[in-house]
Design a protein around this ligand. Sequence first.
Ligand code: ADP
Ligand code: MG
Length: 697
Amino acid sequence: MRPTSLYPVFSSVEIVKGVGPKASYFFKNLLGQNRLIDVLFHKPTGLKYRPRMTDASEIKDGMLPVFKIKVMEHVRPALKKHPYRILCQIQSFKGCQLEIVFFNYHKDYLVSSLPEGEIRWISGSVEWYNGKLQMTHPDYIVKDLDEWKIPLYEPVYPLTAGLTNKMVEFVVRNALKEIPYMDEWIDEILLKSNNWPSFKTALEMLHNPKTYDDLTALNKARQRLAYDELLAGQLALSIMRTRFKKQKGNALIGNGSLNEKLKQVLPFELTQAQKRVIGEIRTDLSSEYRMNRLLQGDVGSGKTIVALFAMLQAVESSAQAALMCPTDILSRQHFKKISSLLQDLGVNVVLLTGREKGKTRTELLQKIAQGTAQLIIGTHALFTQDVEFKNLKFVVIDEQHRFGVEQRLFLTQKGCHPDLLVMTATPIPRTLALTYYGDMDVSVIDEKPSMRQKTETCVIPSKAKEETIQKLNNLLQKNQQIYWVCPLVEESEKSDMANATDRYEELSSYFPNQVGLIHGKMNGAQKDAVMQDFLDKKISILVATTVIEVGVDVPSATVMIIEQAERFGLAQLHQLRGRIGRGAEKSTCLLMYSYPLSDVAKKRLEVMRQTDNGFVIAEEDLKLRGAGEVLGTRQSGLENLKLCDYELQSQLIATARKDAQQIIQTDPELKTPRGQAIKMLMYLFEKDVYIPMILAG
Ligand code: ADP
Ligand code: MG
């Protein structure tokens, strides 16, 4: 349970007097949540400086000076569409006039806030115009004695429709008052050597920038807060790791018989990297501790087969193994390939997705519960309530780089403390990997099957489309197979993106009966049928949306055309392109773009053209986009770092990681005074679910 002293900061912004449900709703839009803590963790990105000027000659266009003025005359426009002007005498220094200009205005408001003949203090952006100063829509107008209400410095926040900077600042000021006293959790030596402020002071500094340096990632307050966030994350991972390690799992030793048979039926030699990784997993499975391992390997590096060897080891040990895939298509594809490989091995493989219904489903569930199903392949449906396993001792998760730590934990609660293998083709820069997979051991397949040739990638303008279509003719005559990828399914009014259905019709008119279409709005059976036709070479061109992005494997496809490639992210382009270049034939990828091309988009396409190394692409992606987007976490709402700026503060991760490991080793139950403070940190960063684990062990 969250400590009561933290209740206020975890309350809705509505506890601040003057903030109502409407503002609260806008905060939710802006931050995803509408609690004070979310507003406190919202970093200002700019700064406004409002100097009190005493000399007209020092004023330059665009400055935000504060003046004392005497209102001289309201000049009402003849037409409402003309601006309303108010002439003033600046009192702060001699002999200078100021004209205040309003475009959309309420006359009554202007008359009451700037009455003729009175003194006011005002501030706003100024410009010189014919020897006079002009200010359009002042930011502040206050009465003579209220000058103090105009701040010297003002933080500038990222906003969303409906919220003003003043509103955010107002809530921040109030929220800062609600931070309770907390003991220091950062190691004293680290704190002193970096000269970091306390947590509370750091938040105060964060929201009171006084120089532009204060806005950079090198600022002490920002460094400290980034460290806090990273430390909380690393503690969570350390706790997970320790818990996994401590838990007795199952020693799945196997007798090697099925592994041996699989080797014999395999149509290819395993790569050295595959052999090494199979060995690493074998050792883990054989040990009586629970395995918690990540298998990283670029697209096409052959992860599925590695998983299969491992799953067979479990089956050899009379246990059940499950393979979970993110999509129907992928689980069906795995099911087919694996069943055909295992045809003569006497292993019972079943497929369970959301699409198996009624009697089929009941029968499947029975087989799984009785243990006749030894190898179970499926989607999330595998982990729904009604699925009971007889003795599930090994779970493989394919292509699920978007799972957070908590989801992994949840998935492995089924069965009998199953060993866990997570496979991902999304190459993740090392620093990110430590943050997202820091609880796991890592195996890497760093080699592709040797007969593969590098896919050639070209970047072409969309006006070359007709020409490209003509060229397809040649390819089809050589029996080549082609993916044609479009960004969206249906044309919506808002979007001018190429439309897969349109393209399908266009291509069909050139190449009747040779084109298929697959997109996310089709149902499962329809998708399967099209994929099957493509695999069987009944069709040669497959027009697709990104539904083919993950895992799909048709080795004979050698050409991919991606329309409006500039709209895809790097990771996605890499995944898409990974669908070709899977066989012995040379493959070609055409990235088609339309204008206008932003600099970032240009850079992305260039990166794609130059390299097919997933790790290089991932590093570039991180530089171009930032961490949250690289992992797709912004969309999925998983772990999202708010305070840490990855590109600039990643050097803190290693320290946080070491620190966390040491804390969990020396004070596993967080009983020491520092341990108690650490618990507070975990609550602050909402790692609550890990806290009971500390004791559960
Ligand atoms: P990914 O790592 O992207 O999941 P897959 O497991 O789908 O890759 O493998 C890609 C293709 O390479 C598949 O057709 C698979 O049968 C084939 N393959 C896997 N290992 C080898 C190997 N050692 N030699 C040749 N082909 C292989
Ligand atoms: Mg795969």
